[in-house]
Design a protein around this ligand. Structure first.
Ligand code: HEC
Ligand code: HEC
Length: 197
């Protein structure tokens, strides 16, 4: 099965898809904008205001996914999972991988290889929504860190180092713009996507 972002969500939920796959991000942008305006008071009560705004800007859960390893694909996980809440578990590195540069499909089963400045290597595997993570209690990289993504005999290196940010989506937001690399993808051109894992 090669589900689209929206399709995989309905696959995971076993019910009708709520967002059309291609337009999902546009709708999410509107939803997060409204959430930011409406400022979630429950969150603000517990968190410091600047952090609360950053969390509120991400809006409610997306694609009907439950809070857990598959939720909020494409979002900057560490905004909520680095000790300030509302995520209780703390991650050192986390992110989402898409199949192609047009980021319409999550890539499950990709290997994300992280090599830190001490030469320690950690390999994470992406789940059904392309997410991967490593908990802070398991490993904290010595920065700078090198990153590589592999799947089906295809590998793509991130050419630059990651200097500090553990959340891929701190830089890899969609759509790509001056300050953003766009979502993490395996192949730029869908025609080059590998046939088998
Ligand atoms: C807007 C805040 C927010 C963002 C962004 C976010 N999460 Fe979460 N996450 C939560 C909350 C709240 C919970 C429920 C409390 C908990 O278990 O930590 C949760 C739970 C989890 C859990 C279950 C933790 C456990 O120990 O059982 C995992 C795994 C997880 N998130 C992964 C991710 C990943 C991967 C990303 C990025 C793709 C992400 N989260 C992005 C808020 C967030
Ligand atoms: C500090 C910002 C930053 C962070 C954090 C970051 N990246 Fe990147 N990434 C970039 C930039 C900029 C590029 C484009 C230039 C290049 O290849 O270095 C890029 C390119 C890539 C590429 C090449 C193909 C593509 O998608 O553009 C991959 C693969 C990649 N990154 C994976 C990751 C993964 C996985 C993570 C999280 C573990 C991550 N990156 C975290 C900035 C970042």
């Amino acid at each position: 099965m090669n589900p689209t972002a929206g399709g995989a969500a309905s696959f995971l939920r076993g019910s009708r898809r709520r967002f059309a796959p291609v337009h999902g991000f546009g709708i999410l942008a509107v939803v997060s904008g409204l959430a930011a305006l409406g400022a979630c008071s429950a969150v603000e009560d517990v968190l410091d205001p600047v952090h609360a705004d950053a969390v509120a800007a991400l809006g409610p859960e997306v694609f009907g996914l439950p809070k857990g390893p598959t939720h909020r694909p494409g979002q900057p996980c560490l905004t909520c999972h680095s000790g300030q809440g509302p995520g209780k578990s703390e991650f050192s590195v986390a992110g989402t991988v898409y199949k192609t540069k047009p980021a319409t499909e999550w890539l499950e089963g990709a290997t994300v290889s992280l090599t830190d400045a001490a030469g320690t290597i950690r390999q994470l595997t992406t789940n059904q929504t392309g997410n991967c993570l490593i908990k802070k209690s398991e490993w904290t990289p010595v920065y700078p860190m090198r990153v590589k993504v592999s799947f089906g005999g295809v590998s793509i290196d991130m050419l630059t180092h990651v200097g500090r940010a553990g959340a891929c989506a701190d830089c890899h937001t969609d759509p790509a713009r001056a300050a953003s690399a766009g979502h993490v993808y395996l192949v730029a051109d869908p025609a080059n996507f590998p046939v088998g894992p």
